[in-house]
Design a protein around this ligand. Structure first.
Ligand code: 13P
Length: 265
């Protein structure tokens, strides 16, 4: 029997290392207004740089927008200069964290094992996680995309109990599509999502796999969002560049809202 796939979309705006306090204020004032009529049909999060967490948290309070952070330490506390713990982020009102972004895997040499430790401490602290996976262009060309994603997701979810899986969403972000303007086609993204869902099914069970939201990330913009969201396997988007313009991000949110409404129950 076909399991019910989660219907409600989630859109995340990953600001990366961009913005100022003033730009964040302007952005979020517009976004709160744009999100107001959409709160019933779509979930949304903004992943802001650490220094602006408190400021942004104040701006979005009561709006339904979720406050997100882009990094976390795998350690609980102690002599780890420059690191920030899950407990601290929770304390600051953060609800959801990006873990395993390819920029952190590549630039900070984060290993699959370290990412697994970060996921574990985050969910046990009570935070939701946006776990990013995705292959390079070379890996895709060699026919290894699905195996790479399977390796990444298996390592990241190792030791995560079924009871904590409700706090985890997956973002499929093919590295070749990030910041390049070259999005995966809706069909290719859908195939990768189905493969990831099969991996979750094998690690857990079909009901949980169906209930887990799998988002697509990589050059999502107002022009391609609707066609991506027309694929039932795609339960939202993690948006980089286009999340830095309130009008573009709001347009993507509206596409997601329409997709949620047109999906069968
Ligand atoms: P772009 O939308 O700029 O391609 O970035 C995607 C991304 O990395 C989101 O985490």
């Amino acid at each position: 029997m076909k399991q019910h796939i989660s219907k409600r979309l989630l859109i995340g705006g990953n600001w990366k290392m961009n913005g100022t306090r003033e730009a964040s204020t302007l952005m979020l004032n517009d976004l709160v207004t744009a999100f107001e009529p959409l709160t019933e049909s779509v979930d949304a999060a903004v992943f802001v740089p650490f220094p602006y967490l408190q400021h942004c948290g104040n701006l979005i309070r009561g709006s339904g927008l979720l406050l997100g952070a882009q990094q976390v330490s795998a350690e609980a506390n102690g002599a780890f200069t420059g690191q920030v713990s899950a407990e601290m982020l929770l304390d600051m009102g953060v609800k959801i964290l990006i873990i395993g972004h390819s920029e952190c895997r590549q630039l900070l040499a984060e290993s699959d094992e370290l990412i697994g430790e970060k996921v574990a401490i985050s969910v046990s602290t009570g935070l939701s996680v946006m776990l990013c996976v995705g292959e390079t262009w070379q890996e895709r060309q060699a026919g290894h995309a699905e195996a790479v994603c399977r390796r990444q997701i298996s390592a990241a979810l190792k030791g995560i109990h079924l009871d904590h899986m409700g706090a985890i969403q997956i973002a499929y972000e093919p590295i070749w599509a990030i910041g390049t303007g070259r999005s995966a086609t809706p069909q290719d993204a859908s195939i990768s999502h189905a493969s990831l869902r099969k991996d979750i099914e094998e690690l857990y069970d079909p009901a949980l796999a169906a209930a887990t939201r799998i988002l697509y990330g990589g050059s999502v913009n107002p022009a391609n969002a609707t066609s991506l969201f027309a694929q039932p396997e795609i339960q939202g988007a993690l948006v980089g560049g286009a999340s830095l313009k309130a009008a573009d991000f709001a347009s993507i949110l509206r596409s997601a809202s329409q997709a949620t409404s047109s999906r069968p129950n």
